[in-house]
Design a protein around this ligand. Sequence first.
Ligand code: GDP
Ligand code: MG
Length: 436
Amino acid sequence: LSERLETAFKNLKGEARITDLNIANTVKDIRRALIDADVNYKIAKEFTDKIKEKAMGEKVLNAISPGQLMVKIVQDELTELMGGQEAEFNISGNPAVILIAGLQGSGKTTFTGKLANYLKTKKGKSPLVVAADIYRPAAIDQLTVLAGQIGVDIYAERENKDAVAIALNAIKQAKATNKNVVIIDTAGRLAVDEAMMTEVANIKAAVNPAEILFVVDSMTGQDAVNTAKAFNDRLDFSGVVLTKLDGDTRGGAALTIQYTVNKPVKFVSSGEKMETLDVFYPARMAQRILGMGDIASLVEKAQEQYDEEQARKLEKKIRKNQFDFQDFLDQLQQIKKMGNIKDLMGMIPGVGKAIKDIDISDDAFKGIEAIINSMTPFERANPDSINPSRRQRIAKGAGKEMSEVNAFMKQFDQMRQMMKMMNKMPMGRMQGLMGR
Ligand code: GDP
Ligand code: MG
């Protein structure tokens, strides 16, 4: 998937601006990527149509390619669609009541345990978990085991067949034992059915929950639309929990659900360990769905820092073979302004892994900077004026060996020779070279 996207964006590289023609394939590829990530087909289409519209209107800065800009637009839109910021989780009330709903097997009971553990260890709360699944005695056993693992109290009534009464009794118990959060795990069915919905709706009406969380298996994929809609119509839930986001599950269900019911995902859960619960971050999920490096923030940095005017001036100087030490220094500073060089390179898809163990420190440029700083303005603007006696003075001023200054001079000269060569080349051939 990620490879396919990289190819798609590569196809756009080198194009001067985004046009109807060169965007068509990219849009198709993004759509396919979303569907691969289990985003509902209809939603993937609507979403990409919107992206296309947006991209056509965008001005492409010199600093970035249209392809990179596309990535940024896609990622921004995905993030926005999923709520932009992480959603708030309401634990007000004494006790705060949290109602858990969803299909059987979606992970409600497991999540109930994880949430209790999270509230206890991360938020300093004293939770009480409630087994309100009155159909399967095994469900009570399951929650009892989990509660034992995390050291949280459980409330259950094995003989009572009234889920509403159990919930109300649990709240009474919580008050009596100083518990400030009550998490009610409810029964689910394999498919949406009226009896289940009525039961959960009745519990909701009786307990006035601070949060109603709809739990959904991330691997549900295309079905997520209908399930989420059915639960939301009946319960008007306050948030979504995506479970089983293990391994390489892409998480497209997050997008599908938000698009369908416009409710925020609040938690994501993976694995069966009680500690594996995370707050949902839209930007991270957007990245996961698209399966690429954080190129969007790279583009953002480039946009923030890049001075188009300066770029044009520099280009002119290079074309006239006038590139000098001051230009070089300016470029170095430009790069440094963008942040840590290694971080910057790591944001490019495919590059991060490759340079993981290589030392690219900002210090690498310090010596060069010192050398240029020791030059007079005249010397900076006239590289050919720097004779051996001037070199000696520069080396002393920079606290460098003569050999280091000589090495840098040689490198700089080679660079200028390269520029000269490229200037002599016919336009077509030069573009071919740069493309590579
Ligand atoms: P419920 O019927 O909605 O209460 O679902 P359960 O909590 O009993 O979970 C159903 C099955 O999925 C159990 O075998 C759980 O161990 C497993 N499960 C739940 N959440 C996760 C998760 O995030 N990752 C993985 N890998 N398994 C999970
Ligand atoms: Mg259960």
